[in-house]
Design a protein around this ligand. Structure first.
Ligand code: X2X
Length: 331
């Protein structure tokens, strides 16, 4: 009898602790930039809001630098799709090996400004992409911003396509290989986590990334001399959650999580745009040489990248490209 009573007390104690916040559920969130970027700040904001919205019963532990996939930035989305990872903050180009359609966002010179971008992420194109990702087990909770990707290098200012000829350029994903080839450069796909030292050691001459989200916080200016804000490709980010985890929550919890993600990405987009707006001045102070191309010069880049646009428009599907283009021109 004594043993039974002890066992019953033990069971009761276990049941009681299950109800206390000490047993808060901790989810894993992966992203592939370091812990100083606006991706990280967006993830931290999401965690704050998630904790507040769940009375501290839910939280995320953030893993920067794609630690959970050994630095492999492409693999994170696939892991979320399989339910092996809970949350991801990742960008469109990183998902293209799993979902080629994601390359539509970053087609060269698809967008001219933030209004174009916002019209697509908040409209039908964003919804369509969300449906496509859902087929791979990834629930898109909210869109945020990596940004317009600008080109940097250590050899000379880039003013025209000819200036890229033969430059060794680090790129993140397959579409950018075709774009760089169209420009006459010598592209090499490389993980972001390996890029800083590759630039430092001269393994590659240049790279392209957004100013506010990545170039400034990750101090690319320390290892690169020249930057040309040519706005050639836009890259969104998003917070995604595994469908498995999502389906385990009731509607109320889902709404709370989505709301936290939306607010976090609104904040992330805002700080990214602020940091980008003052970015070129900051980079000049840090010793970078900025070349701001004219409208004619931009047009030359657009013409030169057209073959890559056409190749990838075919890959992602002409209907999807039209949906984006129609939304942009309607805005
Ligand atoms: O790897 C990159 O260039 C980065 C950080 O922008 C992405 O993750 C796509």
């Amino acid at each position: 009898l004594k043993h039974l009573a002890t066992a019953a007390a033990f069971v009761a104690a276990v049941a009681a602790t299950a109800l206390t916040p000490a047993n808060a559920e901790t989810f894993r969130l992966s992203h592939n930039t370091n812990d100083t970027t606006t991706w990280q700040k967006g993830a931290e904001k999401f965690n704050e809001l998630l904790k507040a919205g769940s009375n501290d019963e839910m939280e995320v532990r953030i893993f920067p630098n794609a630690q959970l996939t050994g630095g492999d930035q492409m693999k994170q989305a696939e892991m979320v799709g399989r339910g092996a990872l809970d949350f991801v903050v990742t960008s469109a180009i990183n998902v293209t090996p799993l979902v080629p359609e994601m390359a539509v966002f970053s087609l060269p010179y698809l967008y001219t400004d933030y209004d174009d971008v916002d019209a697509t992420t908040s409209g039908k194109p964003g919804e369509r992409m969300t449906e496509i990702l859902a087929k791979k087990g990834i629930v898109v909770l909210a869109w945020g911003e990596n940004g317009f990707r600008e080109v940097t290098n250590n050899v000379h200012p880039i003013k025209a396509p000819a200036d890229l000829k033969g430059l060794k350029m680090r790129v993140a994903g397959p579409m950018y290989i075709d774009v760089m080839n169209a420009l006459g450069a010598n592209p090499q796909q490389m993980q972001w986590t390996e890029t800083f030292s590759a630039l430092q050691q001269g393994v590659v001459d240049g790279q392209e990334n957004p100013i506010g989200a990545v170039i400034i916080p990750q101090r690319v200016y320390e290892v690169q001399k020249y930057i040309t804000p040519w706005h050639y490709s836009y890259d969104p980010i998003f917070i995604g959650v595994s469908q498995k985890l999502w389906d385990s929550w009731d509607a109320e919890k889902q709404a709370m999580v989505r709301d936290a993600a939306e607010q976090a990405m609104t904040y992330q987009k805002q700080i990214t745009r602020e940091d980008t707006a003052k970015g070129l001045e900051f980079l000049k102070e840090k010793g970078m040489e900025v070349y701001e191309p004219s409208a004619e010069e931009i047009d030359a880049f657009r013409q030169a990248t057209k073959p890559a646009f056409d190749t990838w428009a075919e890959k992602v599907g002409p209907d999807l490209v039209s949906l984006f283009q129609e939304t942009i021109s309607a805005g």
